[in-house]
Design a protein around this ligand. Structure first.
Ligand SMILES: [Zn+2]
Ligand SMILES: [Zn+2]
Length: 180
């Protein structure tokens, strides 16, 4: 997203997030104050908090801006249908180190092993959290059937829509579920 501030002489100066809260020099030589990033985003008509790809897509969805293309997400012909899908970006993974403790402690003694096991199983480590985003996939008649049937087709569709593909950059293991 490009961000701009207005110079008093009527020029527009392009700024980056790094300029926020400071000053930039305009082509006319004037120093222009740059507001905070959240204010700049609001001025640019974006949600002040839409910072992640998921949040941005959710905001676009609320504004009715999705899908961003009328082309079928698999064969690129004119889409005739919309297949509503849910992209699961992350899943919660719970792990503990119970196995190795078990293996080592059987040798040490059953009572000690038991008490250590209780603590290791009762304090699992949680990595990540589940993030799902609902996205409409444009498709032609043939391809919409493929989307409903095949997980690989849905992932290919996700890859073929530039805006949606950003999710895969962030969450390479994302998978797509078709909503019936
Ligand atoms: Zn200027
Ligand atoms: Zn198609």
């Amino acid at each position: 997203m490009d961000l701009f501030v207005n110079c008093e002489n009527g020029h527009q100066v392009k700024v980056t997030a790094a300029n926020c809260g400071g000053n930039v020099k305009c082509i006319c030589g004037r120093d222009v104050a740059v507001p905070r990033l959240s204010d700049l985003r609001r001025n640019a008509g974006q949600s002040a908090f839409a910072t992640t790809t998921v949040e941005r897509l959710n905001a676009m969805s609320r504004r009715g801006e999705l899908p961003p293309t009328d082309n079928c997400c698999l064969c690129m012909s004119q889409a005739t249908e919309i297949v509503p899908c849910i992209v699961q970006c992350e899943t919660t993974v719970v792990s503990g180190d119970g196995f190795w403790k078990t293996a080592c402690l059987i040798a040490v003694g059953p009572w000690l092993a038991l008490s250590w096991l209780m603590t290791s199983f009762s304090s699992p480590v949680v990595h990540g959290r589940s993030t799902a985003v609902r996205l409409p996939f444009p498709a032609c008649g043939d391809c919409s059937r493929k989307l409903f049937k095949s997980k690989l087709a849905r992932k290919a569709g996700l890859q073929n829509i530039a805006l949606y593909r950003e999710l895969l950059d962030e969450y390479p293991d994302a998978f797509v579920v078709a909503e019936k």
